[in-house]
Design a protein around this ligand. Structure first.
Ligand SMILES: [Zn+2]
Length: 186
């Protein structure tokens, strides 16, 4: 199937929003935890300080330090387990809040729909191999200079190379079409 930004946008954006309301429960803490599709744990915070305290040390283990403060967090449970093995205390604490079925974790602030969609887009990329293949094909079809521009852009934001494609697709699917400052015709 030929992949276009238009059908990619519809599929990801509305698919995720529909599934989002499936299971909701509230914990007696400073965040609300929703589980999407039984495998994605979504932590919603009212305070950026509390979110940063709980999640930033883990994201530093998984993605490294960023040059701009993170407004959301995302990682697979496998990466979380790896951070715990390397001595991440916050990761250890977070593991205790997850059920064994959870495979992916995202965090964002209440009301920040753009970040919520961005982080859930990462979950989709990780969990849906068919979607991932479409993104790889989309990327491979881009001109070299466009790829180089996007890579530079993501590098400037502080993202390590191993997450560039994942970040590209998350921004591409949830932001305005001109987000990267160039026109992408795919
Ligand atoms: Zn991201």
């Amino acid at each position: 199937m030929y992949f276009t930004p238009k059908n990619g946008w519809d599929e990801s954006k509305y698919g995720i929003v529909d599934r989002y309301v499936k299971t909701t429960f509230t914990m007696k803490t400073t965040y609300r935890l929703h589980v999407v599709d039984g495998v994605v744990a979504c932590f919603q915070f009212d305070s950026v300080a509390v979110m940063t305290q709980m999640f930033e040390p883990i994201s530093v283990y998984v993605e490294g330090k960023t040059t701009v403060p993170r407004v959301g967090h995302n990682f697979p449970v496998i990466a979380l387990q790896d951070a715990v093995k390397k001595g991440c205390v916050e990761g250890h604490q977070l593991m205790h809040r997850l059920t064994p079925k959870i495979r992916y974790v995202v965090a964002y602030l209440a009301g920040d729909v753009l970040t919520k969609n961005h982080e859930l887009q990462h979950a989709k990329y990780y969990l849906d191999s068919g979607y991932r293949e479409k993104i790889v094909a989309l990327w491979n079809g881009l001109e070299h200079k466009k790829k180089a521009y996007i890579e530079c852009f993501l590098k400037r934001l502080g993202y390590p190379e191993h997450v560039w494609l994942d970040e590209f697709q998350a921004y591409y699917m949830t932001e305005k079409p001109n987000f990267f400052g160039i026109k992408l015709e795919c």
